[in-house]
Write a protein that binds this ligand. Structure first.
Ligand code: HXC
Ligand code: NAP
Length: 293
């Protein structure tokens, strides 16, 4: 099976302008590329302007699309408003906000300074809040409808996870905002959805979550029932659907794309996947024998 095939038809996002925070690298870049291929105008934003410019140039060359690099630290509300205004000046309007920017690293929580905890909350939770407020108020003031926000969270937004506690707390907050505003701001013609990816290797994430020999020690694909990590195009396909008009009736949803990973950790007896057929024959005999006693 080919997991890197593109899903939607060519002009599926034609006429849409999409802002992707953290769009210069990793999953943000992969989603941006597909949005451009589907005919959208895309603005990519993050702190590192050189990286954004290089990505925009590369993606424009590959897709013949229009990609605007705009520097913006999502932690700073003034910068977010300025970024929004720059994009509107260039493209005339914005239809979709994709909150993808994030910060994260593994650490025992007791080793974190209060500033280290804050830096993650500030990028993920405050940054998403800043973007939602800046774009949401603009859409409300201008009576612009048929717009939507897509937030990238994680599966530990609802389970929590040790060793990434600031990220878990921040992503849980983003998920709560997604569901809350899906209801409150539907009256303004806005939809809010989220995607919870499982492991999709990127340099940004793997450098901070799987440094050194951790990759060999903890093979992420082994934790997934489908026994593989995700392909970036698979995530891009889902994101393109959720920001497009094809998903006009999907609102307040979080869609997990993790090959079943988080449920494998959750199900009480899922460890029994390791039992062989011969062992099952013996176990069945033992269980049936008990019934007759
Ligand atoms: C402990 C650390 C630390 C570490 C930084 N700090 N790294 N503490 N262990 N490994 C502390 C610093 O000492 C400082 O506290 C505070 O955190 C802020 O650090 P700065 O370096 O000044 O912050 P900044 O330059 O803003 O960088 C932010 C960052 C960095 C989050 C630390 O990693 C970054 O820029 N990340 C962006 C990209 C990213 O993280 N991508 C991965 C997303 S993956 P003190 O007290 O010393 O001042 C993801 C996937 C989830 O979210 C799910 C996967 C399955
Ligand atoms: P990544 O390449 O490191 O992406 C993070 C992006 O956020 C970078 O482009 C970074 O750019 C930007 N960013 C960080 N701080 C910022 C700030 N203050 N202001 C603006 N932009 C900022 O990692 P990724 O793996 O692609 O992650 C993308 C998203 O997917 C994140 O939300 C992450 O939590 C989520 N996710 C990833 C995985 C995975 O397996 N990869 C799994 C679950 C969820 P600058 O450094 O230039 O600012």
């Amino acid at each position: 099976m080919n997991n890197t095939k593109q899903m939607l038809r060519d002009d599926a996002l034609k006429g849409k302008t999409i802002v992707v925070t953290g769009g210069g690298s990793g999953l943000g870049k992969a989603m941006t590329k597909y949005f451009l291929e589907l005919g959208a105008h895309v603005a990519i934003t993050s702190r590192n302007l050189d990286k954004l410019k290089n990505t925009a140039k590369e993606l424009e060359r590959e897709t013949n699309g229009k990609c605007l690099p705009v520097q913006c630290d999502v932690r700073e509300y003034d910068q977010v408003e300025a970024m929004r205004d720059t994009v509107i000046e260039e493209f005339g309007k914005v239809d979709v906000l994709l909150n993808n920017a994030a910060g994260n690293f593994i650490s025992p929580t007791e080793r974190l300074s209060h500033r280290a905890f804050d830096v993650i909350l500030d990028i993920v939770l405050k940054g998403t809040k800043n973007c939602i407020l800046a774009f949401g108020k603009h859409w409300i003031d201008n009576k612009q409808t048929n717009v939507n926000v897509l937030n990238i969270v994680t599966t530990y937004s609802w389970t929590g996870s040790g060793y990434v506690v600031p990220s878990a707390a921040a992503k849980a907050g983003v998920l709560a905002m997604t569901r809350s505003l899906a209801v409150e701001w539907a009256k303004y013609g806005m939809r809010f959805n989220a995607i919870a990816p499982g492991p999709f290797p990127t340099k940004g994430a793997w450098d901070r979550l799987m440094p050194g020999d951790l990759q060999e020690k903890f093979d992420m694909s082994k934790k997934v029932p489908l026994k593989r990590v995700g392909e970036h195009q698979e995530l891009a396909n889902l994101a393109a659907y959720l920001v497009s008009d094809f998903s006009a009736y999907v609102n307040g949803e979080v869609i997990t794309i993790d090959g079943g990973e988080w449920l494998m950790g959750a199900g009480e007896f899922n460890m029994l996947s390791e039992i062989t057929e011969d062992q099952w024959d013996d176990l069945e005999k033992m269980i049936r024998a008990k019934k007759n006693k």
